[in-house]
Design a protein around this ligand. Structure first.
Ligand code: C2E
Ligand code: CA
Ligand code: CA
Length: 630
């Protein structure tokens, strides 16, 4: 008995390495399968049957036997069939002494397939199946260099191919899933992202409709996050967000007694410091607010961020499918957002529930947005002008152009209402271009009227989004050329919010604006985030002090000191100062004492239509002079 010992692997356990997955199947030869599926043992055909049985029993992983019928002629015996055959014979103990060949001829005939080891596995399977019409999966003899040494189990071969195919598919699937996962999860915290949460929200909406089970949405915004980010750096900010995410998850697990996988809740990060919680299958109406309170409590203990103790607190907006204006995920999210703002305005670290008044606001806003898209085309927009006067003489030195929207049904919509909507939905670019063109054409007209001696400027408000428009500068240059005005008479008003984020880019755009000779004002100064110290980075000519300061001037002397400090700073930075919102004579006296340059306010004139503004300009009088006269 001649044995060819071999470490054998069960064919179905053959686990091709990842490398084989990338290999095309046709390139894999049966030799390769042999080395994975194991070889057969070679037995002399004259050996007694019982020897063959012993070998098969001992070498339990053997896939078959090669029986040397005559010197040089080998036939395979497939393991299972051989084993059954031999066992039966052995048990009966009738033929155990007979040579194996006695059984071979009877069972297998000599109808075996001989293939070279280099044959691709696919071809081998084709050949084997072509021969094996009854799908008995008879073994194939594998030859190397013409010498038959191995036997191959056809079923193993097919299994192997299936395995490989499955592996390739698994790999493709894994990659697809990975990409899918990445597109739906936040990289930093690993939480689902906006896309994912909107999808789930849609599912929840469908589910709730089908089962009439309400669900709730909690919108979390963390107070003071920006300050932490700015003072401790972005790494610390990132770490804080991760810790917040963990606490959120833990709180939700405790609250529901279920893991996120169970599908009752979802915690997501929408971006920045904004998070979202979806709670489905509400058990009772109080559940969402209880959860909101628990989230607030959970965030109370300080976080350890890069060795610093940091505290932050959420403002939470709560809405439920029962109270929202619609079940469209975007609207629901906006409702929760609106409630969050209510919570923030009410003093932070608390929750607010979306209610009927907000519901109406939400509907109103939807309508507003739709109407706004058509307003320009329908000619509902117009520009009003408010004079800006010299502090000492009271003479008009220019105007600020302010947009007005007169809607046939809604009436006059204030820019405080529609500008933020336009900024959000992108309409601001079209509106801003309209404002710029109209105001500069108006300036050209008035310049012709007053001649070149008197000062006459036009201030136009531009929003952040507008400045980032790629054609902003070109459009500006074109309009100035068309109207033939002096760029020095043009004053663009930007707000402090422009300063935050992408500041290098913004500085470069502003410098290009400056290079054209146009002047820049910092509007609403004192209300935003920009500190006095970063002001010098921006090429600002005029500081407009926000009217909230003026309102308090009379009552609180502390404000006088603040405004005085601002004026001094602006002077040191070579800027001129405009004070906004002067409504009464007493305020005027105080403002004049502050040594500012220009004044703007209802005391002189409200914003008025172009024709009225022209009249003011022509006679050079404002209410101030009338006051003086009185
Ligand atoms: P703003 O740029 O700060 O404009 C000054 C606002 O203060 C105007 O409100 C004006 O009517 C108001 N105002 C002026 N004097 C007084 C006063 O003595 N007392 C009080 N209480 N208010 C005074 P308005 O026209 O409602 O505009 C609101 C905001 O909308 C503007 O604030 C500006 O940020 C924005 N806006 C208006 N038109 C445009 C525009 O064409 N483009 C852009 N991007 N924003 C605009
Ligand atoms: Ca302004
Ligand atoms: Ca202002």
């Amino acid at each position: 008995m001649e044995l060819e010992p071999n470490p054998l692997t069960k064919p179905h356990e053959a686990s091709p390495q990842v490398g084989s997955c990338t290999k095309r199947q046709s390139e894999v030869t049966i030799a390769r399968v042999c080395s994975q599926a194991g070889q057969a043992m070679r037995l002399n055909g004259q050996a007694p049957l019982r020897d063959a049985l012993d070998v098969l029993r001992e070498q339990s992983e053997l896939i078959g036997l090669l029986i040397e019928v005559e010197p040089g002629q080998v036939v395979p015996m497939y393991r299972i069939r051989t084993y059954q055959l031999l066992t039966r014979a052995y048990v009966k103990d009738l033929f155990s002494h007979k040579p194996i060949t006695a059984f071979l001829r009877a069972q297998h005939g000599m109808n075996h397939l001989r293939l070279d080891a280099a044959t691709p596995i696919g071809d081998a399977i084709d050949a084997a199946l072509a021969r094996d019409v009854e799908y008995r999966y008879d073994p194939v003899i594998v030859t190397r260099g013409g010498v038959c040494r191995e036997v191959l189990d056809v079923r193993a071969m097919i299994d192997h191919q299936r395995c490989m195919l499955a592996d390739v598919l698994d790999e493709v699937d894994r990659q697809r899933q990975e990409a899918h996962h990445a597109s739906r999860h936040d990289r930093l915290t690993g939480l689902p992202n906006r896309t994912h949460s909107l999808e789930r929200l849609q599912e929840a909406a469908n589910d709730a409709e089908a089962r009439s089970k309400p669900y709730a949405l909690l919108f979390l915004d963390f107070d003071r996050f920006k300050i932490i980010n700015d003072s401790l750096g972005h790494d610390a900010g990132d770490q804080l967000l991760t810790l917040i995410a963990r606490r959120m998850m833990r709180t939700l697990e405790q609250f529901t007694g279920q893991k996120q996988d169970a599908g009752r809740w979802l915690a997501a990060r929408l971006g920045g410091d904004e998070f979202l919680v979806l709670l489905e299958n509400l058990q009772d109406p109080g559940e969402p607010t209880h959860l909101a309170q628990q989230l607030i409590d959970a965030m109370r203990p300080p976080f350890n961020v890069c060795g610093h103790e940091v505290t932050t607190s959420p403002s939470i907006g709560v809405t439920t499918s029962a109270t929202s204006a619609s079940t469209v995920p975007g609207t629901l999210l906006r409702d929760a957002d609106a409630a969050m703002y209510r919570a923030k305005n009410a003093g932070r670290n608390r929750y607010a529930v979306f209610d009927q008044s907000m519901h109406e606001q939400s509907l109103h806003r939807l309508r507003l947005e739709n109407e706004l898209r058509r307003a320009l085309d329908r000619g509902e927009m117009t520009m009003f002008y408010q004079p800006i006067v010299a502090s000492e003489s009271g003479e008009i030195t220019g105007f600020e152009a302010l947009m007005r929207w007169f809607h046939p049904q809604l009436g006059e919509v204030s820019p405080g209402t529609f500008i933020p909507v336009a900024e959000e939905n992108g309409m601001i670019s079209a509106l801003g271009s309209y404002a710029l063109e109209t105001a500069l054409h108006q300036l050209a007209d008035w310049r012709r009227e007053v001649g070149n001696q008197r000062p006459m400027t036009m201030s136009v408000n531009v929003s952040k989004r507008q400045i980032f428009q790629p054609d902003f500068i070109d459009h500006l240059r074109q309009t100035i050329q068309q109207t033939g005005i002096n760029p020095r008479d043009v004053n663009l008003e930007i707000t402090e919010s422009i300063v935050s984020g992408r500041s290098d880019e913004i500085v470069s755009v502003l410098n290009r604006v400056k290079a054209m000779g146009i002047r820049l004002s910092m509007d609403d100064f004192g209300t935003g985030m920009s500190s006095l110290t970063c002001l010098h980075r921006f090429p600002i000519d005029v500081l407009k002090i926000d009217r909230s300061f003026i309102k308090h001037l009379e009552k609180r002397t502390a404000y006088t000191a603040v405004v005085q400090a601002i004026v001094t700073l602006a002077r040191n930075l070579g800027m001129s100062v405009t004070v906004e919102g002067v409504e009464r004579m007493e305020q005027l006296a105080q403002v004049q004492a502050l040594d500012c340059d220009q004044i703007q306010g209802y005391l002189f004139s409200r914003p008025v239509p172009a024709a009225d503004a022209a009249r003011l300009l022509r006679y050079g009088i404002t209410l101030l002079e009338q006051h003086h006269a009185a």
